[in-house]
Design a binder for this molecule. Sequence first.
Ligand code: ADP
Ligand code: MG
Length: 560
Amino acid sequence: MQEQVQLLEKYFGYQQFRPGQDAAISSVIQHQNTLAIMPTGGGKSICYQIPGLSMNGTSIIISPLISLMKDQVDALEALGISATYINSSISTQEQNKRLYGMQAGKYDFVYVAPERFESDYFIQAIKRTYLSLIAFDEAHCISQWGHDFRPSYRSIIPNITRLPHIPVIMALTATATKEVIRDIQQLLHISDEHTVHTGFERKNLSFHLVKGKNKQDYIHSYLKEHQDESGIIYAATRKQVDSIYELLHKAGYHVSKYHAGLSEKERQEEQMSFIHDKTTIMVATNAFGMGIDKSNVRFVIHYAMPMNIESYYQEAGRSGRDGEPSDCILLYSPQDVQLQKFLIEQSDMEEEAQQKEYRKLQSMTNYCHTHSCLNLYILDYFQSEQDNASATCNRCSNCTERKEKLDITEEAQMILSCVKRLEERFGVSITSKVLKGSKDKKIMGFRLQKLTTYGIMAKYTEKQITEQIHFLIAENLLSIEEGRFPLLKLNKNSVEVLKGKRKVTMFSSPIPTNESVDYNTSLFEELRNKRKELAQQLELPPYVLFSDTSLKDMARYFPT
Ligand code: ADP
Ligand code: MG
């Protein structure tokens, strides 16, 4: 590895490798297909750049993000390394010129979009190139279990196996569950032995969960305290991006925006202003950010809950790439769950894939209700084996804002026995209505007021009861089925609580208050009319599908 350390110093000016870099590099140099899983900002690029420099031949880097290739190539060229990129943003003539150059061995690194492999012309060109390495950056895109599956990534594989001289293959990613890791390993023939996993923990990130506050007020006060710091605000929809952008723009902030509704040129401009610090805040949908290398992002605020933990961790992880302390803030309201369910429901995924998304959404929802350490919750989700992890991070909002500990064993027992009385045939909403003793139409319709558990928690508000039910789910003291209408089910732990063998405590936390609701009335009417149609498709009675309340919730996301 002596030679590699010298290359590191000569080209990049760094004295030593970061954890995992040396193992990944030496594996590749020994011509072993290698998978490197390192957190965002962990230094994955160097893992293919150093082997590329020390082997004869050209390295091809496959990356899903065309907009970043130019930057990556410019950065290498500035270091005196010959590199180029080939994608749809350059003319055919220029593409051909670069392909010729590649065959002549002119470049050490060629960045390409996965779609290139669909072109015969390109395949012929790489057949005539002496290739040493093919690197799959953002390799989770290859797995359909990943959160960002790209079929074009997968179709590259048969093309590689047909090459006259098969180069060594490297895969790199920052977000992968065990399932995705296994998938990548199988598809690219990578053994456990040549998989380098440094764990996912980002010690400089502090996770915060904000509930029951007006989101806009929160953003205003946060920004006031963090003047001139660079940060990203992720919103759920384009409309939401536009309205937050307007708000901040009017308040005098230097702000950019990014979503798929803008032209390619506009997006480029907005992205560049942010990356080059001409603006300090980027308001964007999740279309923004993959592979972005901006080191001084001090905070990432999610205006609404994302669809799953993978997306959340990847988006939040765009802060603090320089290793300095940074904030990851999620502004949660229960309505966020409705929107995500709606999006899953509307997607054209197959049944099995949809179930999987619901399950992931449930884990994301649990994150918003757990009272354990948020950092550990995420690491557990990725089943990351952390030798050095302690039970609390002492950075996240759950660790630092712990208040009084309340014994809610009795309440838990009431909730669980109600689930039992309801014969596990209902979800969170009906169950809390029964416990509250609500006179809601549905309760009367099902004659649930006759149950012995009807009204036994009348002294709480329905919101408080719901919060406690979600807490029990998050702590696995109660199970919830997957699907559009998840039913509550008792589990082993519930039985222990019911028998009094287990105490339940929760930290007192602010119970979500009603935010002032501002919804798009015409969209609400439209959804209302569409409700029947949707229900017919799914062969369900309309009221089971979308209540007026949940339609209103959806309409909130699309302000007038
Ligand atoms: P990612 O894993 O997210 O792809 P990058 O490869 O973009 O991360 O690297 C993140 C930052 O870390 C870059 O600025 C890079 O120059 C820096 N870096 C990488 N390796 C080292 C090292 N061994 N020592 C110091 N800085 C490093
Ligand atoms: Mg990278």
